[in-house]
Ligand binder design. Structure first.
Ligand code: MG
Ligand code: ZN
Length: 361
């Protein structure tokens, strides 16, 4: 009898532990084009302490798509949003152009979780699009915008006014739309909010974007955490990629610092909340960025001399690379994100963490 009771109590204990290990909220942060060199810039060029050091569960992902060894952001985001490798350019479709069910819809259906999206690109750009739209090609941004009318998105903020303009009237039936500022008066959990703050992409940090990303992150957390069923929130630092394409280290650094700041806000929220799983990763690396020593090219006798104390960022490409990219995880379920695996596992591991209870140890 005593033994049986002990077993019962032990099982209850294990059950409760497993319960505590099930996150109520999931925040997925994507640094577009953010490889390990980009992350490293936060350690060598950023004045403030970087928030990347606050993670303990780290992994690496293989980012190739179904069609190419080097992925684009559409196939990369489809892997995160729907757990399948697809062709470059696809917006949440499989290789036969069938609709894939996105994690936003799965979490809504299974757990009534609401969702939010923030990007520093247009909200119709490839990365955010894969979480609510289904289109043959990422360039179909007007069609992508239309898909928002049927989506389970309670809050979104970014650029893309011009793609939504033709459907403003329909959109305003579902959303309180603001095209000028990031403010919610009388925030209501039964209302959806849309912030479209630029015609296309948001301005660069170096051209006056200011605190849009951290502010939109904070406002999204406020709105989404009103939902007692939990939430899924995708936040993208879209322009780290654009800095890579431009082979502009200063552009990357400023975008990275902004993204890092938003990571800090998210981790502060998650620490306080205790039921939030945070994943920070990238869809691929951009630019083939290397942080190598400055080489003298001035005088003949100094040629090729390297100063190992001066880092000179350099690029090997104007496009994407296929280097593995890092995954940082925090909170209940974060242990599922350790190791080296395919980008499609991000989707699977989120669902494993949220829907299935962790197996007893
Ligand atoms: Mg992107
Ligand atoms: Zn790119």
């Amino acid at each position: 009898m005593k033994l049986r009771l002990t077993i019962v109590f032990a099982s209850i204990h294990i059950f409760l532990l497993a319960q505590n290990n099930t996150p109520k909220n999931v925040i997925l942060m994507i640094g577009d084009g953010m490889g390990l060199s980009q992350v490293s810039m936060a350690y060598y060029f950023q004045k403030d302490n970087t928030n990347f050091s606050r993670f303990n569960d780290i992994g690496l992902i293989i980012t190739s798509s179904a069609s190419h060894k080097i992925t684009d952001s559409a196939a990369g985001a489809t892997a995160f949003a729907a757990g399948e490798k697809t062709y470059n350019g696809a917006i949440c479709l499989d290789t036969d152009s069938n609709h894939l069910t996105s994690i936003v819809d799965i979490l809504y259906k299974k757990k009534k979780m609401s969702s939010g999206l923030v990007a520093t690109s247009s909200i119709t750009h490839a990365t955010p699009a894969c979480f609510y739209a289904h289109q043959l090609n990422r360039k179909m941004e007007k069609e992508i915008a239309k898909d928002m009318l049927k989506a389970n998105i309670s809050y979104f903020a970014g650029g893309g006014k011009k793609f939504f303009r033709p459907i403003f009237e329909q959109l305003s039936k579902k959303y309180i739309i603001d095209t000028s500022q990031l403010i919610i008066n009388d925030m209501n959990q039964n209302k959806n909010y849309a912030f479209l703050l630029a015609e296309n992409g948001m301005p660069k940090m170096t051209e006056g974007r200011g605190d849009f990303l951290p502010k939109a992150t904070k406002l999204g957390l406020e709105r989404l955490s009103m939902d007692t069923d939990g939430f899924f929130f995708m936040i993208e630092g879209s322009q780290i990629d654009w800095g890579g394409h431009a082979n502009d280290a200063d552009y990357i650094l400023n975008e990275l610092i902004d993204f890092d700041k938003s990571i800090g806000l998210v981790l502060d929220f998650a620490e306080k909340n205790g039921e939030t799983l945070v994943i920070v990763t990238a869809d691929h690396e951009t630019g083939g960025l290397a942080l190598t020593a400055q080489e003298s090219r001035l005088m003949k006798f100094l040629k090729g001399k390297r100063d190992y104390n001066i880092i000179k960022p350099s690029f090997t490409s104007g496009g994407h690379s296929t280097s593995l990219v890092p995954v940082f995880a925090y909170g209940p379920g974060s242990e599922n994100f350790r190791g080296v695996y395919n980008n499609t596992e991000i989707f699977k591991n989120i669902l494993k963490s949220v829907i299935k209870k962790a197996p007893p140890q």
